[in-house]
Write a protein that binds this ligand. Structure first.
Ligand code: NAP
Length: 318
């Protein structure tokens, strides 16, 4: 890691530094030949991920970014040139809380005079689908936060996150399942032609944040659409099968069967179901392509095949 402590370098404050996206931002900025100071925020500076970052030169600071802690937020943004924000809907499943906390953070960063605010947003699916899919709260809330950030007057960039490659390895209902003859089936309620901007988030998401900071094509007011590779679910499964040597087939199942198979609480299963249907019908990025966002990256991203090759599938394809 080459993170500087020199006060002439811009200070980047990273929310969610111990997580997939925030950690990736640190990795990408440390790879840059431009110097950065990095302040990483976590609720627990003693956790292993925070200790590792501190050992690499990140100033780790403990703060809980909750709506009742605006004073704490203002304090940790003092002196910041750039702020990166990701919110974690899945920790609490409360979209009102996600939106309220993000608004508080944007206000605090603005009060601190931050010059560039980089937000990890998503599309508002309820809006893009004209109300057809109203329950994808982790997208809709982030769409609302994007609107608030843009209207706030703070220099604001939306670096939307693609579909995590690890979803196919970690999430219930998204993993291939073993069937009686010893082969595997990935069963989802959409067609195999459904296209996803798949990204190896810890490795590559931060590259796009670095691009937003360093490339004159981006910056305040812009939008960056992240993706390691835009690939159909059918092609992902064929490649997974070919690379691992396991027979894996794709199967389209009914909405009802998918909902049951996830094993998730009904409201969460509905959210996942609607998001998949939306990706199939409207496109993950509402029909916008990722090509322009990939043009000024400092290094190539990992493809789905690269991710598959670098991942231990033994627990999934047991
Ligand atoms: N899965 C996908 O395909 C996908 C695609 C696009 C977007 N997303 C979005 O990605 C988001 C999750 O990002 P991630 O994967 O980077 O999460 P993650 O790996 O679970 O990390 C969450 C980070 O947020 C920090 N954090 C959470 N609440 C906090 C609070 N109140 N105050 C301070 N820090 C707090 C955590 O810090 P500590 O725990 O260290 O305190 C941690 O560093 C979700 O909102 C999801 O909707 C996911």
């Amino acid at each position: 890691m080459t993170i500087t402590q020199n006060t002439s370098a811009p200070l980047v404050v990273v929310v969610g530094v111990t997580g997939n996206q925030g950690g990736s931002v640190v990795k990408a900025l440390a790879e840059s030949d431009k110097p950065y100071r990095i302040r990483g925020l976590t609720r627990d500076v003693t956790k292993p991920a925070a200790r590792e970052l501190a050992a690499g030169g990140v100033e780790t600071v403990a703060v809980a970014l909750t709506s009742d802690n605006a004073a704490g937020a203002r304090e940790v943004f003092k002196g910041a040139d750039i702020v990166f924000l990701v919110t974690n809907y899945w920790e609490h499943l409360d979209v009102n809380r996600e939106v309220a906390e993000a608004k508080m953070i944007i206000d605090a960063a603005k009060a601190a005079g931050v010059k560039l605010f980089i937000w990890s947003g998503l599309e508002s699916i309820i809006k893009v689908s004209n109300g057809k899919y109203p329950n994808v709260h982790h997208f809709n809330g982030k769409g609302e936060i994007t609107e608030y950030g843009r209207a706030s007057g703070i220099p604001f960039v939306n670096v939307q996150s693609g579909w995590y490659a690890i979803n196919f390895w970690k999430l219930n209902g998204m993993k291939p399942k073993k069937v009686e003859d010893g082969t595997y089936v990935l069963a989802l309620p959409v067609g195999p032609q459904t296209l996803l901007p798949v990204i190896d988030t810890p490795n590559d998401y931060g590259l796009f944040v670095r691009e937003a900071i360093e490339s004159p094509e981006f910056g305040a007011g812009s939008e960056v659409l992240t993706s390691g590779e835009d690939i159909t679910i059918g092609d992902m499964i064929s490649q997974l099968s070919e690379i691992t040597g396991k027979k894996i087939v794709y199967s389209r199942i009914s909405d009802e069967d998918f909902t049951t198979a996830t094993g998730l609480p009904p409201s969460v299963a509905l959210e996942v179901l609607e998001s998949l249907k939306y990706h199939e019908e409207c496109g993950y990025y509402a029909g916008k392509t990722t090509e322009a966002s990939r043009r000024h990256l400092a290094r190539p991203t990992r493809t789905w095949a690269d991710f598959v090759k670098s991942t231990d599938w033994s627990s999934v394809l047991a």
